[in-house]
Design a binder for this molecule. Structure first.
Ligand code: SF4
Length: 334
C-alpha cells in the first residue's frame, strides 16, 4: 500500500488508478495528516488546472411536481418538504438567468428541470431557450433534464447544449436504497445517449446518504471509468421532509468531505471536479481548503437551497491566491 501521499500523487499523475486499499487509505487517513493529503491532491490539481477555479450558476427551471422517489430530493413524490413548485419558466426568465450567470463570472449556466424526463413540448421550449441564449452571449450551457432518449439528446445538441448533467449519485449496490422508480442502469443509458449525441458529460455523486466506504470507492471508480468532463460532488443537505433526512444521522464532517474530494482528485487527475451542493453546510469554515483538490464551484445557491453569493465566492478565491477562470470573450452581440 502506498503510505506516502506524495507517492499517491505521483501514481495519480502517471495515469494509474489507485487500488481499493489505496483508496481506503485516503478516505481513512488520520485527521492530523489532512495538510499533507491536501498538499498531494493540490499537486495533481495544479498540474492540470493551475490555480484556476471555474464558476457555475444553476437555475431551477422547473421545480417540484416530480413523480420519481429519489429519497434525498426535496422535489420528489415522497418528499413533504416545503419548497416552491412551478412549471417550466418562460423564455425571459431563462435568459435573465443566463445574464445573471455572466454577471456572476460563471463560465457555465446549468439549466435544471425536475421530473423523470422531459416531454416533447417542454423539450422544444428548452431548445428554443438555449438558442436564444447562444444568440445573445457566449456562455457554455449544461442541461439536466432527467432521463434522455437518443432523439431528445440529438435535439439538445442541435440547439446548442454543450454539456448534459446526469449524476450516478450512488454506487450501483447502494442505488436501489435511495431510489426505486428508476435504476442505476437507466442512468448509465442516459449518459450513453447524451455522449452519443456529442454532448460533454457532467456526472457526479451525492455523499452523506448512509453509504459505506466501499460504496464511495465503487462510485469513485465508476466515475473514473466513465470519464465525464465534469464531476459535481454533492454532500447531502438533509432537507426536512425528505426520507433520507429523517432516517439518517449526519456522518459527514468538514475533514471527511475534504478526504472524499482528495480521493476523487487522485482518481480523476484531469477531470473538472466541482464542490456542489452542501459545500457551505458541511465544509463550513474549511470551504476554502476544498479548492486544493477541486477546481470548480457553484455560486448563488442550489436548486432548493441557498448558497454563497458570487462576491463572497470571488473573495474566497482571491484570498486563497487562486483565480477565476474567465468566460471567453464573445464575438457575438451582447
Ligand atoms: S428525478 Fe430529479 S427531480 Fe425527480 S425526485 Fe429524482 S432527483 Fe428529484
Amino acid at each position: 500500500m502506498l503510505s506516502n501521499y506524495n507517492q499517491i500523487a505521483e501514481y495519480s499523475l502517471s495515469g494509474e488508478a489507485l487500488s481499493r486499499e489505496e483508496c481506503l487509505a485516503v478516505l481513512d487517513s488520520p485527521d492530523e495528516q489532512i495538510i499533507e493529503l491536501l498538499s498531494a491532491a493540490f499537486r495533481v490539481r495544479a498540474t492540470h488546472f493551475g490555480k484556476k477555479v471555474s464558476l457555475h450558476l444553476l437555475i431551477n427551471a422547473k421545480s417540484g411536481l416530480c413523480p420519481e422517489d429519489c429519497s434525498y430530493c426535496s422535489q420528489s413524490s415522497v418528499s413533504t418538504a416545503e419548497i416552491q413548485k412551478y412549471p417550466l419558466l418562460d423564455d425571459e426568465q431563462i435568459i435573465q438567468g443566463a445574464r445573471e450567470a455572466r454577471q456572476a463570472k460563471a463560465i457555465r449556466y446549468c439549466i435544471v428541470s425536475s421530473g423523470r424526463s422531459t416531454g416533447p413540448k417542454e423539450l422544444n421550449r428548452l431548445c428554443r431557450q438555449v438558442k436564444n441564449i447562444k444568440k445573445e452571449m457566449n456562455l457554455s450551457i449544461c442541461t439536466s433534464l432527467g432521463l434522455l432518449t437518443p432523439e431528445a439528446a440529438i435535439a439538445l445538441k442541435q440547439a446548442g447544449v454543450d454539456r448534459y448533467n446526469h449524476n450516478l449519485n450512488a454506487s450501483q449496490r447502494f442505488y436501489s436504497q435511495i431510489c426505486t422508480s428508476h435504476t442505476y442502469r437507466d442512468r448509465l443509458q442516459t449518459l450513453q445517449n447524451a455522449r452519443a449525441a456529442g454532448m460533454e458529460l457532467c456526472c457526479g455523486a451525492i455523499f452523506g446518504m448512509g453509504e459505506t466506504d466501499d460504496d464511495i470507492i465503487d462510485l469513485s471508480l465508476a466515475l473514473r471509468e466513465l470519464q465525464p468532463q465534469s464531476i459535481p460532488v454533492n454532500f447531502l443537505i438533509p432537507i426536512e421532509g425528505t426520507p433520507v433526512a429523517s432516517s439518517l444521522e449526519n456522518h459527514l464532517n468538514p475533514l471527511r468531505c475534504l478526504k472524499i474530494l482528495c480521493l476523487l482528485r487522485f482518481l480523476n487527475p484531469e477531470l473538472e471536479i466541482r464542490v456542489a451542493g452542501g459545500r457551505e453546510y458541511h465544509l463550513r469554515s474549511l470551504q476554502p481548503l476544498a479548492l486544493y483538490p477541486a477546481n470548480s464551484i457553484f455560486v448563488a445557491g442550489y436548486l432548493t437551497t441557498s448558497g454563497q453569493t458570487p462576491p463572497d465566492a470571488w473573495q474566497m478565491i482571491q484570498d486563497m491566491g487562486f483565480e477565476i477562470e474567465q468566460v471567453p470573450v464573445s464575438e457575438m452581440p451582447v
